[in-house]
Design a protein around this ligand. Structure first.
Ligand SMILES: NC(=O)c1ccc[n+]([C@@H]2O[C@H](COP(=O)([O-])OP(=O)(O)OC[C@H]3O[C@@H](n4cnc5c(N)ncnc54)[C@H](OP(=O)(O)O)[C@@H]3O)[C@@H](O)[C@H]2O)c1
Length: 278
């Protein structure tokens, strides 16, 4: 896997977003905040919620236009639930031309699945994660070989609106991305729960244990975010030989510690993602 360059490429001249729910809505807000002109944006979401209606009112992008566009857009982003693709596809054909890049965030739907349902030549498949809702996500991305370099840059620029972007060279690796960063926020939340319960078992009140564990993960995450050094270095820096952290890490880093457990967990998530894709 390679990191995308930090410098943003140009944004699309025209974009249609299909499905502006939790993830589509977060992307839309990110794009507008990045400077994508509202007049370049059309949102298709048949039953828009109050937040989307208010955003359309405030920012002035086109929402559910009654007239079909005269030209297909440069980019169409699929933000619907995967199970809605079959139902939504017939109405979307007018929004996809030979030059249109389709960016799909539909979990489990392959590039072939999208091409089977839409007249798309170029498809980018992306797997965002929950912190996208606060602009701090990371999205794993796979580009179908039919995409051009310009289209891949467009996709990267758009996905940068919700956080960082990590390209994978093979489509099957999207299932691994799902297992690491897609499902990963839940592993971190579980870490907070486990740390709190351990503190409680040692005598803290449940509330105090939760506050301590939660703030620890928040703070450690922020430190990682702000720091240029690796997690490994940050860990070593807070581990004095013979100290308290070292005593805990001896358990966590034992041959039956956290690493083999995490490997099993990630492998299970990857296998489940493969099953769902089938
Ligand atoms: N949320 C995450 O953390 C996450 C992470 C990775 C990938 N994803 C992917 O992101 C996609 C969206 O997930 P989500 O959590 O954002 O779901 P969501 O909140 O339910 O958003 C889907 C939106 O699509 C709308 N919609 C339904 N049918 C439509 C149609 N025919 N045309 C246009 N819009 C339509 C829905 O409207 P109604 O509410 O009226 O049905 C809703 O606003 C999924 O494919 C999921 O796999 C999500």
């Amino acid at each position: 896997m390679t990191k995308t360059p930090a410098s943003p490429a140009r944004l699309p001249s025209s974009l249609v977003l299909v499905g502006a729910g939790k993830m589509g809505g977060a992307m839309l807000e990110g794009w507008l905040a990045m400077g994508l002109p509202p007049e370049a944006v059309t949102v298709v979401d048949p039953v828009p919620g109050a937040a989307l209606l208010a955003l359309a009112d405030r920012r002035g992008f086109s929402l559910n236009p009654s007239v079909a566009p005269s030209h297909p857009p440069e980019v169409l982003v699929l933000g619907i639930k995967p199970q809605m693709l079959d139902a939504a596809a017939p109405a979307l054909a007018a929004h996809v031309g030979p030059q249109t890049l389709v960016v799909s965030i539909l979990a489990g739907k392959t590039v072939a699945d999208v091409k089977d349902r839409l007249p798309a030549r170029a498809v980018v498949r992306a797997m965002p994660n929950l912190p996208a809702s606060v602009g701090r996500g990371i999205t794993g991305v796979y580009a179908d070989p039919e995409t051009t370099a310009v289209q891949r840059e467009l996709a990267a620029a758009l996905l940068a609106g919700i956080g960082r972007v990590e390209w994978v060279a093979e489509e099957r690796l999207i299932d691994v991305v799902t297992a690491v960063s897609g499902s990963g926020p839940a592993y971190v939340f579980l870490m907070v729960e486990c740390l709190a319960r351990a503190g409680e078992a040692e005598g803290l009140t449940p509330d105090a244990a939760l506050r301590l564990a939660r703030a620890t993960v928040e703070g450690a995450g922020e430190l990682l975010f702000r720091s240029d050094v690796t997690a490994d270095t940050l860990r070593r820096n807070v581990t004095s030989p013979g100290g308290t952290t070292a005593a805990a890490l001896e358990i966590l880093m034992a041959s039956d510690g956290l690493e083999p457990l995490m490997r099993k967990a990630v492998a299970a998530a990857r296998r489940r993602a493969e099953e769902l894709s089938g």
